[in-house]
Design a binder for this molecule. Structure first.
Ligand code: HEC
Ligand code: HEC
Length: 220
């Protein structure tokens, strides 16, 4: 009985906290819809693209697993100052990015980030990638063994290097959740049924996928 009495205030606090979180998520979803974000981004999983035509019809990346893919502080800041991530225009390998993604003000960005962070995929295994300062095996895979750097910009001592056809991975350590990067390498079809990136399943071992995901997580 005594125990229950002690547990009770804690329980109320927990319930209050979750109500606040839900309210923010709801406010964020409302702001997302009111500002027209859903005209370019879909937020309901699983992936709906079945053909190249479906992929080309998309005006922006799918966001239904945004909470698994991104890190919240990066997301909240980017929504207020959205600099290009893909050097090329979305769905193009020829035309440079026009930039000019719609920006949100600080009052909207917090709740919208909360809302987007609530959208998750259950194939992402939390804590699967151990991030350290360096992962030399992952670095070798990224730069030499696999063609990753041919399509992705990455930071170097001088500035950055790498190809332009894939999203830039400069700053990926702050932007991407390493566990999502691993999940994306392991099960690309869950996230991108119509692929524009080669599939590394069967090419890289699971251990090496973890190494390369850990290496990407060091990108400043
Ligand atoms: C006219 C279409 C369009 C609208 C409207 C739009 N976006 Fe985007 N969004 C894009 C494109 C294209 C990209 C890819 C930009 C890049 O890679 O540089 C993108 C990227 C993003 C990303 C990063 C996704 C990723 O996987 O890299 C987020 C988060 C995002 N948008 C959120 C929003 C929010 C929130 C709104 C509403 C305020 C919004 N977008 C409105 C087209 C749009
Ligand atoms: C032939 C070009 C190409 C190669 C090679 C390639 N990628 Fe990609 N990558 C892409 C493209 C294009 C995308 C965008 C996703 C899509 O629509 O398929 C992408 C997406 C990604 C993303 C998600 C980035 C984001 O912000 O959405 C990561 C992480 C990534 N690649 C890592 C790798 C790693 C690690 C390797 C090597 C093992 C690699 N890529 C090899 C083209 C490539």
């Amino acid at each position: 009985m005594k125990r229950a009495a002690h547990a009770f205030p804690g329980l109320i606090l927990l319930m209050m906290a979750s109500t606040v979180a839900r309210a923010d998520t709801a406010a964020g979803q409302a702001a997302f819809e009111e500002t027209g974000c859903q005209s370019c981004h879909y937020t309901q999983g699983p992936a709906t693209e079945k053909s190249i035509a479906d992929q080309l019809a998309k005006k922006g990346p799918e966001l239904w697993y945004a909470g698994s893919k991104f890190q919240q502080p990066w997301l909240e800041a980017w929504l207020q100052d959205p600099q290009p991530i893909r050097p090329m225009k979305f769905n193009s390998v020829m035309e440079p990015s026009p930039g000019g993604h719609p920006a949100l003000n600080a009052d909207q960005a917090g709740p919208v980030a909360d809302y987007l962070m609530s959208l998750t995929s259950d194939v992402v295994e939390a804590g699967a990638v151990k991030v350290k300062k360096k992962n030399l095996k992952g670095k070798l895979i990224f730069i030499k063994k696999m063609p990753c750097s041919g399509c992705h910009q990455f930071p170097t001592k001088k500035k950055f290097s790498g190809g332009l056809s894939g999203p830039s991975l400069v700053g990926a350590g702050e932007r991407l959740n390493p566990d999502w990067v691993l999940a994306y390498l392991r099960e690309p079809k869950v996230f991108k049924p119509v692929k524009m990136m080669p599939v590394f399943v069967g090419v890289l071992s699971d251990k090496d996928m973890k190494n390369v995901a850990a290496h990407v997580a060091t990108f400043k």
